[in-house]
Design a protein around this ligand. Structure first.
Ligand code: GCW
Length: 824
């Protein structure tokens, strides 16, 4: 028996963690806990909550608790406020809780020790259950709990940009958990598990399909399939909503128009809403992206966004649904020659004049910044201007412009800056989080939406540490006053346990990561400086310029930055309330971190930091790339303290990030050096100690190729091995002194074939590998540039270092450089 137990324990210890449990891991906790779960009430959410508490207690204590429907000693009781008062009059009066709110408490009732999890409604009981579990998991003493908590706002949703064919727009965690082949997947287990995760952080709505909506989503054939998703969401208190195509009355409805003022169109939307509510009685509503990036919209008929929004809102209204109208509307064919044109102005210019014209069940969903989810942007001025309109703030959990879950980038510190930013509307304290929640302007509705894009990867987002972003979004939507650090700690404790070393190391990494990412990508408010025309991933600085997309940085040999001042620029700054506008307009007050978003300045301009722009960029990029090297080292120190499989997955990503941070650093610094002609006072930019360019090695079989953009390859060039069934070699003689060295092979891994590589020193084969990662490109550029690092290699003077590669498919086994540096 003993033996069997031991074996069982060993097996469970050895079980590789996949990340699928996310932060709901329920590992053993050395605390006395209730042994009975008592449930009053039969609502699906209360049943789910009681089951969850049982599941958690079993994990924490190693023993399944008993379930009861009457009061017993040492129990935890779950009930809505109303049924609690019915069953145990006098225990508590929770009349002042808001929808979804909860109360956690303890007391002795008729000699029985009881913990209470109660909610204003059944969803509140669920939220309370997960909050209670969170406290236990963090090792707190729940016997002393007395906590009352209300959500900050009624709308706390995620949007998924899932396409019906199973792909996900800007998704980096695998294919859709909802769709495949233009149908809803047969097995919705992951959909249910996802709703549970969302519920655990208080998220109460999920829009399951891409805002670039396929009209099929609304067809009578498809809707019953959508209803199946709503069913797996329901016990978790997560309501389903759909993105819709504004032209639907025409594309799928058989009408010859989709004019919002046409009576037939009005009727069509009404009938469609009725049909949906017959199938999904708790349907949350529609999300609409109209007249944006090629989507159909009211402009076709000369109608306004308000007319379009109200049309759909009125169809939903009798059923209690809401219409979320995306504020992300701008002209993507803007004339870049026109110095007064400015995409940043678009949201405000389009929606501010309509303030007050939207129905009460419409929310305008505003992206946090005026451009598009960049690593840093000022807060959108539209937020302060919608005083008579409900809003939701749109944040992005999926890291489209922030490293696509290959880079660690914990976004809560950035979101906090947005949420806490005081727009000074009417010269008064008006922080963004209070405005969007509906508090400042006393709106009936408001809230927070996170674009999540989880996928079928076992760990949901592709990077185990990126789950902190999903967690943080939910926590902040519930309680914006939480700090990024508190949230990181909570998440780490639940995900990785309470070992102090683990908590402090992982929290530290998370907290440092956004500034580090920003530090080696786009500086001083310029935007991420990624390739905006393609993958939005690696460096692609000038892709922002000279096209209609309007992400211009206006760089030339003299200076850089968009002049958005009222005095001489586009006037964007004038969209802010007076005090904020004054701060941005004045160079004396404008913070360095946004100065090139607001102003066009010479490279030699001296910042508040005391450095010139050019030197600041060199310094920040070298510092941040070094910090990214340290991430991998900091993580390495956790080996043995967390489970092996998770350790290895994250190690892999952080090693890659360390290399890619150098690709970014070199691209930005080389480009700036060339553009400005001003050298780095510390002599780093353009000088690469220990580096030998592939194009200057002794080559056999390789062809020298220009890389576009040039700054994405060291020296602007790579060598490719194009002849099929051939092996190419590039070699050079190591001229340093004998000793231990780290060798980096920087090569390109395109998403179109799997070339083979090998590194030799003398007659030793040091490493052979296959370029089989899946970067978002088929081209040689900063998306595909990656590396292999060999540490502590003993080298002798005059040894020959040789890289070999053989192409596969369209992957030409391209090599950028080899770097040999003394081991650190
Ligand atoms: O950031 C851009 C993305 C598009 C996206 C669009 C939007 C869904 O690159 O992929 O489309 O924003 O938010 O509508």
């Amino acid at each position: 028996m003993r033996r069997a137990l031991w074996l069982l324990m060993l097996v469970s210890l050895a079980k590789a963690e996949t990340g699928r449990e996310a932060w709901l891991r329920y590992r053993a906790i050395p605390t006395p806990l209730p042994s009975v779960v008592v449930r009053f009430g039969d609502e699906p959410e209360v049943i789910a909550a009681a089951k969850e508490v049982s599941r958690a207690l079993e994990g924490f204590s190693g023993k399944a608790p008993l379930s009861r429907q009457s009061l017993v000693d040492n129990s935890v009781v779950l009930a809505t406020a109303r049924s609690l008062t019915n069953h145990l009059p006098g225990v508590s009066s929770l009349t002042d809780l808001e929808a979804g709110g909860y109360w956690l408490g303890t007391s002795t009732v008729k000699g029985k020790r009881v913990s209470f999890i109660s909610g204003s409604d059944s969803a509140g009981v669920l939220h309370g259950a997960f909050a209670w579990i969170r406290h236990v998991a963090a090792g707190e003493n729940v016997a002393r709990l007395n906590e009352k908590s209300d959500p900050a706002a009624p709308i706390r949703w995620v949007n998924e940009w899932d396409n019906l064919d199973g792909t996900i727009e800007r998704g980096y965690g695998g294919r859709s958990i909802f769709f495949e082949n233009n149908n809803v997947v047969a097995d919705l287990t992951r959909g249910g598990e996802y709703a549970r995760l969302l519920s655990s952080v208080g998220i109460n709505g999920c829009t399951v399909n891409n805002v670039n909506a396929n009209p099929r989503a609304l067809t009578s054939e498809f809707l019953p399939q959508i209803a199946r998703i709503a069913e797996v969401f329901r016990p978790w208190g997560v309501k389903l909503s759909l993105s819709v195509d504004f032209a639907s009355p025409k594309t799928i409805g058989g009408l010859d128009t989709f004019d919002p003022e046409d009576g037939r169109v009005v009727e069509w939307w009404k009938a469609k809403a009725d049909e949906i509510y017959r199938l999904i009685p708790d349907f949350a509503g529609f999300v609409l992206k109209a007249d944006s990036e090629g989507r159909a919209g009211p402009a076709t008929y000369g109608r306004t966004h308000a007319q379009a929004a109200n049309l759909l809102a009125r169809a939903l209204k009798p059923h209690g649904g809401v219409l979320v109208y995306r504020g992300f509307v701008y002209d993507h064919h803007a004339d870049w020659r026109d110095l007064k044109k400015d995409r940043a102005r678009a949201a405000y210019d389009n929606f501010q004049p309509l303030n007050g014209q939207f129905d009460d069940n419409v929310l305008v969903q505003v992206k946090y910044g005026p451009i598009d989810f960049q690593a840093r942007e000022p807060v959108s001025p539209l937020i302060g201007a919608l005083s008579k309109t409900n809003q939701t703030l749109e944040l992005q959990i999926t890291q489209e412009y922030t490293g696509q879950q290959r880079h660690l980038c914990y976004l809560a510190p950035m979101w906090k800056q947005v949420l806490d930013f005081d727009l000074r509307v009417g010269n008064e304290r008006t922080p963004v989080n209070e405005i969007v929640a509906g508090k400042t302007f006393r709106r009936p509705l408001g809230g927070f939406v996170g674009v999540a894009n989880v996928g079928r990867d076992e760990n949901w987002l592709g990077h185990d540490l990126a789950m902190a972003n999903l967690y943080a979004f939910g926590r902040l939507a519930w309680q914006p006053s939480l700090s990024a650090e508190e949230i990181a700690q909570e998440w780490t404790r639940q995900s990785f346990g309470n070992d102090k070393r683990v908590v402090s190391a992982i929290t530290g990494l998370e907290l440092d990561s956004w500034r580090v990412y920003e530090g080696y990508t786009g500086p001083l408010g310029l935007g991420t400086l990624t390739d905006i025309l393609r993958g939005h991933y690696g460096p692609g600085i000038e892709s922002a310029e000279r096209n209609g997309w309007g992400q211009w940085i206006r760089a030339d040999h003299e200076g850089i930055g968009m002049d958005r001042t009222v005095a001489t620029g586009t006037g964007f700054i004038g969209q802010y309330p007076r005090e904020v506008a004054h701060m941005y307009e004045s160079l004396r007050e404008c913070p360095d971190e946004l100065v090139l978003f607001m102003h066009h300045l010479p490279y030699t301009y001296v910042l508040h930091s005391g450095k010139t722009i050019v030197q600041d960029v060199y310094d920040s990029h070298y510092q941040a790339a070094e910090a990214a090297q340290q991430f991998a080292i900091r993580w390495k120190a956790l080996e043995g303290l967390i489970d092996e499989a998770t350790f290895a997955r994250v190690m892999n990503r952080l090693d890659y990030q360390a290399g890619h941070a150098i690709v970014w650093r070199d691209a930005i610094c080389s480009w700036l050096l060339k553009e400005s002609g001003i050298p780095d006072s510390k002599g780093r930019a353009g000088h690469f100690p220990g580096r030998t360019e592939a194009e200057s090695m002794t080559l056999s079989g390789y062809t020298v190729k220009d890389v576009t953009p040039w700054e994405d390859a060291s020296g602007g060039k790579a060598v490719t091995c194009e002849a099929p069934n051939q092996k190419c070699t590039a070699s050079f003689t190591f001229a340093g002194t004998p000793g231990l060295y780290d060798i980096v092979v920087q090569y390109f891994d395109v998403n179109d074939g799997e070339a083979r590589f090998q590194l030799n020193v003398g007659d030793r084969v040091l490493r052979a590998w296959i370029a089989n990662d899946h970067f978002p490109t088929k081209a040689l550029n900063g998306d595909s540039s990656t590396r292999v690092t060999l540490r502590k290699v003993r080298l002798k003077t005059n040894e020959i270092i040789k890289v070999e590669s053989s192409p596969d498919g369209n992957d030409p086994g391209a090599l950028d450089y080899v770097e040999v540096m003394p081991s650190r």
